[in-house]
Write a protein that binds this ligand. Structure first.
Ligand SMILES: C[S@@+](CC[C@H](N)C(=O)[O-])C[C@H]1O[C@@H](n2cnc3c(N)ncnc32)[C@H](O)[C@@H]1O
Length: 256
């Protein structure tokens, strides 16, 4: 069954090519729906045949300003009123800063360009600070963080996935007890990070230092047995030690 307007558009589409993994449509709709019909600024990295920019126009509506960025000068041909294409290398921070200044504050970034860590991380670092409060940075095709051809594999330092994993710590930096690990601009402006297959979404908002509160009475029933958390954790470590010993005995028996 066709579940959302993007998927419906894609299935009926016959014009310029759009290339998408099909599970992306639900993720887009989940994070972008609130912007439909509004005068938002959307930037897509990776224009190629221009089909996805047509899809974004239909989805976000006539009031959206849509920008495309691609290294291939042929993409300039897809420009039309309300859709401007910048030609350049998204691995070049100077180029990115120049176009970011021209575009101004952004609501949505869809990163589907070069897919190498240099492209992905440079684009994130230049454009993330330019996204408005409430805005979204969505980066796709992160399976390339696991592909040899893109310098990827699991836990490979330098890939966007490792970069994003480190940012999950930064999101929680409020709770740090280490002097060199403190909340920074990312911590204060990132409401949430969402991990999906091949996609990470960052949602921006003003974040204030988290605090907790208590309501209600801290009482047990009259019949409750006394309970000690320290005794309970001591019991747990004794059980672990016993299990380790039993394992060693079993291994010795197997060898004899
Ligand atoms: C996967 S395609 C984009 C597909 C399109 N968004 C769609 O959904 O149909 C990737 C595009 O990124 C562009 N690209 C590759 N390296 C780039 C770079 N360094 N800077 C900017 N664009 C780049 C390619 O020219 C190509 O058009």
């Amino acid at each position: 069954m066709t579940r959302n307007p993007l998927e419906r558009y894609f299935e009926a589409h016959q014009g310029r090519q759009i290339h998408k993994w099909v599970h992306y449509f639900d993720i887009y709709h989940r994070h972008f729906e609130k912007y439909r019909g509004r005068p938002v600024t959307v930037v897509e990295f990776g224009v190629q045949y221009g089909g996805s920019s047509q899809m974004w126009r239909e989805y976000f509506g006539p009031d959206a300003k849509i920008y495309g960025v691609d290294i291939d000068p042929r993409c300039k041909a897809w420009e039309e009123p309300g859709f401007q294409v910048f030609i350049g290398d998204q691995g070049d921070p100077e180029f990115l800063n120049r176009i970011a200044d021209e575009i101004g504050p952004v609501d949505v970034v869809i990163e589907d360009g070069g897919h190498f860590p240099l492209h992905q991380i440079t684009t994130f670092e230049v454009f993330y600070p330019r996204i408005r409060r409430g805005g979204v940075f969505l980066i796709e095709d992160l399976h390339t963080s696991y592909w040899k051809d893109y310098g990827g594999k699991r836990n490979q330092q330098g890939t966007f996935m490792e970069y994003a994993k480190a940012l999950t710590d930064q999101l929680n930096a409020w709770h740090s007890e280490e002097p060199d690990f403190k909340p920074d601009r990312f911590t204060r402006t990132t409401a949430s990070m969402h991990f999906y297959d091949s996609i990470v979404v960052f949602e921006k908002d003003k974040v204030v230092k988290p605090h907790h509160e208590v309501r209600g009475t801290a009482e047990w029933t009259d019949t409750a047995e006394p309970f000690s958390h320290s005794l309970a954790s001591r019991g747990l470590s004794l059980r672990k030690r016993a299990r380790r010993k039993a394992g060693a005995v079993r291994r010795r028996l197997r060898r004899s």
